[in-house]
Ligand binder design. Structure first.
Ligand SMILES: Nc1nc2c(c(=O)[nH]1)N(C=O)[C@@H](CNc1ccc(C(=O)N[C@@H](CCC(=O)O)C(=O)O)cc1)CN2
Ligand SMILES: Nc1ncnc2c1ncn2[C@@H]1O[C@H](COP(=O)(O)OP(=O)(O)OP(=O)(O)O)[C@@H](O)[C@H]1O
Length: 198
């Protein structure tokens, strides 16, 4: 990546995070409901197995409504930072113990974390997205490293970005390491970019 691209990405990240934080509470509450309905309606929404979500922070769209409405055979998991730079995902139910990681984000305290490949579907947080399924994250490369194996392998796990519609960009500059998402859901839209298009 050139220095100019990195600077542009950082500026875009700042602007999008600011936009995300500015959304009023009513938009957040209704947004979490609408997002849950969209995630549940995905054609590949699992009826069994593990799914990964995240603990919303910094104005991210929340997943608690989706979590509570998952089919009974589906286990919800939260990301856990690995010393090796990749994320693993630990089952978590409301009320179970959590500990703050180095960014202050809660992680399950006792459940054994599973590798990304063990998930049927992974919902990723994002700072920005485009309709082609490119994702701009917090800049740590955590999801890119964790999901790199999906670049040359078919789903599962299905990769679904979640965000507010104000996080949409026309076209994000794609990086060599970006792993395209299979879908992006917002409170107003579901994008399912086709990889077969020219
Ligand atoms: N809710 C949520 N969980 C997540 C992510 C995320 O984006 N959202 N991650 C997605 O990768 C991973 C953690 N990656 C992160 C990368 C940077 C920062 C961050 O807050 N950076 C601050 C300052 C860093 C610090 O406090 O040391 C910043 O940039 O302002 C947070 C999480 C795993 N869990
Ligand atoms: N597959 C990979 N292997 C090694 N390093 C990687 C890989 N993917 C990304 N990285 C590194 O991670 C750094 C951050 O990438 P990027 O800015 O795209 O993160 P992001 O997607 O915004 O963050 P996150 O996934 O944590 O939300 C890059 O500079 C790159 O060097």
């Amino acid at each position: 990546m050139t220095e100019a691209t990195a600077t542009a990405r950082d500026a875009l990240r700042r602007e999008l995070r600011e936009r995300r934080r500015r959304l009023p509470p009513a938009t957040r509450i209704a947004g979490a409901e609408a997002l849950a309905a969209r995630l549940s309606a995905l054609p590949f929404a699992p009826t069994t197995g593990h799914v990964a979500g995240y603990w919303a922070m910094d104005g991210e769209i929340a997943l608690h409504v989706w979590q509570l409405r998952l089919p009974p055979e589906v286990r919800y998991c939260l990301p856990v930072l690995g010393d090796d730079g990749v994320l693993r995902f630990a089952p978590w139910r409301p009320g179970e113990d959590l500990v703050a990681n180095r960014y202050g984000i809660p992680e399950p305290a006792s459940a054994e974390p599973l590798p990304a490949a063990a998930m049927a579907l992974i919902v990723t947080p994002l700072v920005g997205f485009d309709p082609a399924g490119h994702r701009l994250g917090m800049g740590g490369g955590w999801y890119d490293r964790t999901l790199a194996f999906r670049r040359d392998r078919a789903a599962p796990p299905w990769l679904v970005g979640a965000g507010f519609s104000v996080q949409r960009c026309d076209a994000l500059p794609a990086e060599a390491w970006d792993v395209p998402l299979d879908a992006v859901c917002t409170e107003t839209d579901t994008f399912t970019p086709s990889r077969h298009a020219a």
